[in-house]
Design a protein around this ligand. Structure first.
Ligand code: ADP
Length: 485
């Protein structure tokens, strides 16, 4: 029997992307398809999404969706069904998905994503859109998290409501808003409760979704354990512990149609695990793109949001050591102004050795993975992380903090792993100046042992991070939820 799943996300590649969530939401329909799941993706109608919507069909017209006129439109994302919430008053504006051109969050984000979630719940329940109810509603992160809550409080008594899955891609972003918004959410008074939407006296979107969902997933087994503790749970650890019987960790996969060095149009030269020598053309192209001088040491790369979570403050402080060790760095990213500044200063101190590109550049990120020797991912916490997975596929050795998905996907080149030929990267414990500097030194030493280095690259390229296993894990979860107890 085919199960129908409505996947609600605030971004999905290739239509709109600010981070890993988009890659995952974009890849899931293909990932679960082979297991008999028909997934429909639902997105907010930002201008970029509306532009990408071809031959859309009207599913429903809302005269008043939480105070705004809106339409549900049906189109396609790749070959899969897509539903877009076209609500110009909420989504048709210049700027990003979550904030204005200066990076300030939209003041009405609570309303934008409450409306999105409410429409998603109504579509999933078959209340709008004229179709049958979906079997499962799958909500991603706080922006979609009110959907399970709407299902529970508005449609829970209608017999077989869809089952709901709440996936945490990053528990640091919780969608917490002043309690004054509660009356405007269109929920019954009973929803204002400790096990409802109330969160330390405010309204908590992610909290409400976690309370309401039939299953909770996060994007790696280690992160699923970490978020039970105060250091990682960020206030939600008690809830996660209380619901631990329904929490699982499923590692993200990578989409081989988009991330494959054998067929990547963004590379100067494509390559496979058997033609690693061809990578040098990409390395030269990266050096040229960044204005770096050639050198004997490794070319480190960083592709990241420049934030505290990603450990970028500590990285900026280790760059003198990185250069002194013979390394060079090409960094692509954007984020906190102070961190952007710190990297600009490092580049000014080390011209030709450290170069920084502030901005978002998808093709350049592919070229860097195909030409860099090692990627630095010194995150303080990392639910799954995708850049280290792309690096593994592209023969770029990941140097990562041992946390979350980084711990689950990289095998440290310790003596035993080197001897067994299973090492795929370098890990270090606890982000400090010393631990990261040591990891950089270890990387440089290994790089100068070409046989070992080549073995690490090859082992990484051969590891399987396709969606096969994880797609099946999600499909099994949907099937379990829908099978009669
Ligand atoms: P997060 O979602 O926390 O930002 P992930 O590692 O899970 O981190 O995913 C980040 C995604 O965004 C990857 O696909 C990465 O290649 C991409 N990315 C991050 N910064 C940039 C950038 N400046 N330019 C291009 N791609 C970027």
């Amino acid at each position: 029997m085919t199960l129908r799943v409505l996947s609600l996300a605030s971004e999905a590649f290739p239509l709109v992307k600010t981070g890993g969530l988009a890659d995952v939401a974009g890849a899931l329909p293909d990932a679960v398809g082979p297991a008999g799941i028909e997934m429909t993706v639902m997105l907010p109608g930002y201008p970029v999404v509306m532009k990408g919507l071809k031959r859309a069909k009207l599913l429903h017209h809302y005269a008043d969706l939480l105070g705004h006129e809106a339409r549900l439109l049906r189109g396609k994302i790749g070959v899969h069904p897509l539903v877009v919430l076209d609500a110009p008053g909420l989504f048709d504006r210049d700027g990003g998905a979550y904030g204005d051109q200066n990076g300030r969050d939209w003041a009405d984000n609570w309303l934008r994503f409450a409306a999105f979630a409410k429409a998603g719940a109504e579509l999933a329940a078959g209340v709008v859109g004229g179709g049958k109810p979906f079997d499962v509603l799958h909500a991603h992160d706080w922006q979609a998290a009110m959907a399970p809550a709407y299902l529970r409080f508005l449609h829970g008594d209608k017999g077989v409501a869809p089952k709901s899955v709440m996936t945490i891609h990053n528990i640091a972003f919780q969608g917490q808003f002043a309690r004054t918004i509660f009356p405007k959410l269109g929920l019954p008074p009973a929803a204002w409760a400790m096990d409802g939407v109330e969160y330390y006296g405010d309204v908590g979107f992610l909290k409400a979704g976690l309370e309401a969902a039939d299953a909770i997933t996060t994007v790696s087994p280690t992160y699923a354990r970490e978020i039970r503790t105060p250091g990682f749970g960020m206030g939600l650890e008690g809830l996660i512990v209380a619901k631990s019987d329904r929490v699982t960790g499923i590692v993200n996969g990578i989409d081989p149609a988009i991330w494959n060095p054998a067929h990547d149009p963004a590379l100067a030269k494509t390559f496979t695990v058997r033609t690693l020598a061809r990578r040098v053309a990409n390395k030269r192209a990266v050096e040229q793109a960044f204005g770096l001088e050639p050198g004997d040491g490794p070319l480190f790369i960083v592709i990241s949001r420049l934030t505290w979570q990603k450990g970028m403050d500590v990285l900026a402080a280790t760059l003198d050591h990185l250069v002194a060790s013979g390394g060079r760095l090409a960094l692509l990213g954007s984020g906190d102004a102070a961190l952007e500044n710190a990297f600009h200063q490092a580049a000014a101190r080390h011209p030709g050795r450290v170069a920084v590109r502030i901005g978002y550049d998808e093709p350049l990120s592919h070229l860097m993975q195909g030409g860099g020797d090692a990627i630095l991912v010194p995150s303080r916490f990392e639910p799954c992380g995708l850049t280290q997975l792309y690096a593994l596929a592209y023969g770029c050795v990941p140097v990562v903090a041992r946390t979350g998905g980084l711990a689950d996907t990289v095998i440290d080149a310790n003596v035993a792993a080197l001897a067994a030929g299973t090492a795929t990267g370098i890990q270090f414990d606890g982000l400090t100046l010393d631990s990261l500097s040591l990891a950089i030194s270890r990387t440089v030493r290994l790089y100068h042992q070409p046989e070992r280095w080549g073995a690490i690259q090859q082992c990484g390229m051969k590891s399987d991070f396709s969606w096969t296993h994880s797609g099946r894990a999600y499909a099994d979860l949907y099937a379990r939820l829908c099978s009669p107890a």
